[in-house]
Design a protein around this ligand. Structure first.
Ligand code: OAD
Length: 228
């Protein structure tokens, strides 16, 4: 037993910091259809709309503050006697600003920019423009460093190894509807790893244990249990 813990988080972790989740009742995400703003095709079709959309997400993420759940996970990573792998689908940096030292952003980070021509990455300005040149190759084909639908999430090899190294899999604030992240819990169960869900609404996926409530309440309580 390594004692390592694998944590997969989603939009519910940042909801109480004021960042909206994706699957609200109206099926829209910040008043847009996902295919209009979160696909490579959307970016080719209307790069200005996509840049405007992510400029707004960047602004909101920068203004948001980490909540008690982010801070509790940072405390767990710092004080647990074995590795705590923090894998997030969130593109905000609230885990880092809550004190976490190592966060795996499988869907990218809204604070970063990516050159669609040469793959160079850098810290995005607060407002990205379609005419921004890449600081490395000079091409005006720069985009937010976000994994869009139809693209392959980042760090999949590292994530696979981390799941295999862990004794406990914990899913926090994610609906478990977007693959491949939605399959991680199943993968853990196949490997005989105990699974736990901490979420406002229990998902339909099979977990060994499910606890319902707000992340800011149930995550710190669970971390206290683990750290004793
Ligand atoms: P969703 O919006 O699908 O799910 C958010 C989950 O958080 C739901 O299960 C809610 O019940 C739960 N939730 C809401 N408020 C909560 C709170 N205060 N405390 C605890 N849980 C709460 O978001 P994700 O599962 O993160 O991908 O979505 C996955 C991916 O779909 C995103 O990373 C994004 C999106 O399209 C990309 O952009 C590639």
């Amino acid at each position: 037993m390594s004692g390592a813990i694998f944590i997969l988080s989603g939009a519910g972790l940042s909801a109480e910091s004021g960042l909206r989740t994706f699957r609200a009742a109206d099926g829209l995400w910040e008043d847009h259809r996902v295919e209009d703003v979160a696909t490579p095709e959307a970016f080719e079709r209307d790069p200005e709309l996509v840049q405007r959309f992510y400029n707004e997400r960047r602004r909101q993420a920068a203004e948001a503050q980490p909540n008690a759940a982010h801070k509790a996970l940072a405390r767990l990573q710092k004080n647990h006697s074995a590795p705590v792998y923090l894998v997030t689908q969130n593109v905000d940096d609230l885990l880092e600003r809550g004190g976490a030292k190592q966060v795996i952003h499988m869907h990218g980070a809204v604070r970063d920019a990516l050159c669609a021509t040469c793959s160079h990455r850098w810290t995005a300005p607060r407002e990205m423009q379609v005419t921004d040149p890449c600081p490395s190759c000079g091409q005006q084909h720069t985009r937010p460093d976000i994994v869009w639908f139809g693209e392959i999430p980042y760090h999949m090899d590292v994530i696979q190894d981390a799941i295999e190294d862990s004794d406990l899999f914990v899913s926090i604030g994610t609906s478990g509807t977007v693959y491949p992240a939605a399959g991680f819990g199943q993968m853990a169960r196949h490997l005989g790893i105990k699974t736990l869900e901490l979420n406002l609404d229990a998902s339909n996926a099979p977990f060994d244990e499910q606890r319902q409530g707000k992340a800011s309440e149930i995550v710190p309580a669970w971390v206290d249990e683990i750290l004793g």
